[in-house]
Design a protein around this ligand. Structure first.
Ligand SMILES: *[C@@H]1O[C@H](CO)[C@@H](O)[C@H](O)[C@H]1NC(C)=O
Ligand SMILES: *[C@@H]1O[C@H](CO)[C@@H](O)[C@H](O)[C@H]1NC(C)=O
Ligand SMILES: *[C@@H]1O[C@H](CO)[C@@H](O)[C@H](O)[C@H]1NC(C)=O
Ligand SMILES: *[C@@H]1O[C@H](CO)[C@@H](O)[C@H](O)[C@H]1NC(C)=O
Length: 616
């Protein structure tokens, strides 16, 4: 490694880094030092002094054809944020995490799900480090991809359209990552993510397994993933009936049934299995209509990510999770962007980018269920599903698994599904067959780690084959069982009492500690939900008001990065806004942006003219 640069780059600024990186691929020996990515601390994140986080982050080139790019080109750069494991586990592991979209940033995962910190529930932008994040025992790398998503960037005409380009860019990112952090080339490697990452992950895994990277790739985990249109679209009705969202005599049932029949007829008429099918989107929209109602003059609808909740129409879940405004605020602050080494990204961070989404050709890209069997023949796959999610619901995933053929059989076969409990509370069901593990998570939303962090952590540690007997401290010692199999615990009572240095904990103290761990997550959620009632209301109104005074020109954000087609897209946006205005006046559900979780008013307007799905 080039120690020469270490001191100058330690307080790195992105432009310099960029120059070096571009040089780097041209001359493979010139690699930026890992130290240039080191993040000593982040403003507004309150850490524990006794176990601070070890963090790295920044941009890496993701352009496999960098050598032929002209000097002035803005080429694809993928942003990553890495947190090293805080505790020693039985072995070293590294997990790459992906959120969905297409176009949603993995800071969702970092700041609300499997990452090290959460919003404190009261301030504008203060966060605290919590127990139970996946970085406790594994190094976790949150990846903003494809380029254009989150803090990643490229020129807009280079936004990816197809999966093969996404694969080659991600591979290039990984090659550069291992040049900077060669020590991870021999560490057990996992991919994990949720929602539309149900497409990214199998394709990326396939590409890595077929590459010359040669890392010890040990498995992939997909939560509430969109994996198989053919089986997931038709599941909306079944899920809605099963969870009693409506019943057959209800008004609206007929409409849902009609939309379902049209969808099924279409599915039977095609041979391929595209990620997005317009005719079938109507099924979900019809289900949402069934549960819409007017409360105090406000149109309410179901939260498509968590059927226990309602949201205002046409957001229907877009305003959720409730801490999104605080996260957007935090990631928009210059001092935070600087600390994260994200300054090379033009404009401000957004949770999901509609332009990245729209660029991707979902209607002509084949669902990842086609590559999943090839992945399963080489590595274990975990499919997990929070049971309260409608949009990528567990019924659809179960139907997908039932019809999937892998490793010499179709479906799970005769293996028995077992009950799974964490800290003596029913956590879900667990079943594994021929390298595929399927876990249903009770009381979990689309973003299950948001609801039940310790449960999903236990799941991931089990999937990664952690030797719990070797773990001395931390949340891996929260007791759990699958069927009759009890998780082994390291310290025997008599051993503990003999230990001279650490005083023995009584079983009561132990129990209290686990309960504290376990409840930390749920307590936070209750708090957050209380705020949600107030927060969501205020936020919606702010959004509405902003919408009214929307400027006719693209924001600085939209115009960057850097192409000559701004005028064209401006016209599109304007036209869309006008159309949308009329539709809204006519009927609130005329064309709802059902899957959109875009975080700006412009995004809402643009998105509403399409029927494409946005899956966090
Ligand atoms: C695997 O890699 C080889 C050579 O790198 C390539 O020819 C082949 O098309 C790849 N296969 C898949 C399924 O990606
Ligand atoms: C399952 O995964 C392992 C690697 O963990 C692989 O060696 C094996 O061939 C796969 N297939 C089956 C049927 O288990
Ligand atoms: C969680 O789910 C289980 C099983 O569906 C149910 O029995 C339990 O009451 C739920 N707990 C909460 C807190 O919702
Ligand atoms: C698990 O860890 C314990 C304690 O360190 C050790 O004795 C045992 O051999 C380990 N088991 C495996 C399968 O590695």
């Amino acid at each position: 490694m080039l120690s020469l640069w270490t001191s100058t780059l330690f307080f790195n600024f992105a432009p310099l880094l960029l120059t070096i990186l571009q040089g780097a691929s041209a001359a493979p020996t010139d690699v930026p030092s890992a130290a240039s990515f080191y993040i000593p601390s982040i403003p507004h994140i309150h850490q524990y002094a006794d176990h601070p986080l070890t963090m790295f982050g920044g941009h890496l080139s993701a352009d496999p054809n960098l050598a032929s790019a002209s000097k002035t080109d803005v080429t694809p750069h993928i942003y990553f944020f890495m947190v090293k494991n805080r505790r020693t586990a039985d072995r070293e592991r590294i997990v790459f995490w992906f959120n969905g979209g297409p176009g949603c940033s993995s800071f969702d995962g970092a700041m609300m799900e499997v990452g090290p910190w959460r919003w404190d529930g009261k301030s504008e932008h203060d966060f605290y480090v919590k127990e139970g994040g996946w970085e406790e025992y594994s190094t976790v790398v949150f990846v903003d991809q494809p380029a254009g998503t989150g803090f990643s960037y490229t020129s807009t005409e280079k936004y990816i359209h197809t999966m093969d380009v996404a694969q080659s860019q991600f591979l290039q990112f990984l090659r550069n990552f291992y040049q900077v952090f060669p020590e991870y080339k021999n560490v057990d490697t996992y991919f994990a993510g949720e929602s539309f990452a149900g497409q990214w992950i199998p394709y990326y895994a396939d590409a890595v397994l077929n590459s010359t990277l040669n890392v010890p790739f040990k498995g992939v985990a997909i939560g509430n993933g969109w994996i198989d249109s053919k089986h997931q679209y038709p599941s909306y009705m079944e899920y809605a009936l099963k969870t009693a969202l409506f019943e057959e005599p209800d008004p609206g049932y007929k409409d849902v049934k009609e939309k379902l029949d049209a969808c099924v007829a279409h599915l039977q008429s095609i041979n391929d299995n595209p990620m997005l099918i317009e005719v079938c989107q109507a099924v979900l929209r019809a289900v949402m209509k069934v549960r819409s109602r007017v409360v105090n003059g406000k149109h309410m609808c179901i939260n498509i990510y968590d059927i226990r909740l309602e949201d205002t129409a046409p957001a229907c879940g877009m305003n959720w999770p409730p801490e999104m405004p605080q996260i957007t605020n935090f990631l928009g602050r210059p001092e935070v962007v600087k600390a994260l080494h994200a300054e090379a990204h033009p404009g401000s961070w957004r949770e999901c980018r509609t332009d990245v989404h729209l660029a991707f050709h979902e209607t002509t890209s084949e669902s990842s269920s086609s590559v999943l069997p090839r992945v399963l023949s080489k590595i274990p796959v975990l499919i997990f599903a929070g049971d309260q999610d409608l949009i990528c619901n567990y019924i659809g995933l179960e139907n997908m698994i039932r019809s999937l053929t892998w490793n010499g059989g179709t479906g799970l076969g005769t293996v028995q599904t077992q009950s799974w409990a964490v800290n003596s509370v029913p956590a879900g069901t667990w079943v594994a067959s021929r390298n595929l593990t399927y876990v249903k998570i009770f009381n979990g939303s689309h973003m299950a780690p948001w609801d039940v962090p310790h449960v999903t952590h236990d799941m991931m540690l089990r999937f990664m084959g952690m030797n719990f007997s070797a773990i001395v401290d931390g949340s891996a010692r929260i007791p759990s069982t699958i069927g009759n199999e009890v998780k082994p615990v390291f310290v025997e009572q008599h051993q503990a009492s003999q230990a001279p240095v650490t005083p023995a904990k009584t079983p009561e103290q132990d129990k209290a500690m686990w309960e504290a761990y376990y409840n930390a997550g749920s307590a936070g959620i209750v708090l957050v939900l209380v705020f949600a009632v107030i927060g969501t209301f205020v936020w919606c109104r702010i959004r509405r008001r902003r919408a009214l005074s929307l400027p006719l020109h693209n924001t600085e954000d939209e115009a960057i990065p850097l192409n000559t087609r701004e005028n064209e897209s401006e016209e599109d946006v304007e036209e869309t806004r006008q159309r949308k205005g009329k539709e809204r006046a006519r009927e609130p559900f005329a064309d709802p942006p059902i899957f959109d979780v875009g975080d700006s008013d412009e995004e809402d307007y643009k998105q509403s003219s399409t029927n494409s799905s946005k899956l966090k």
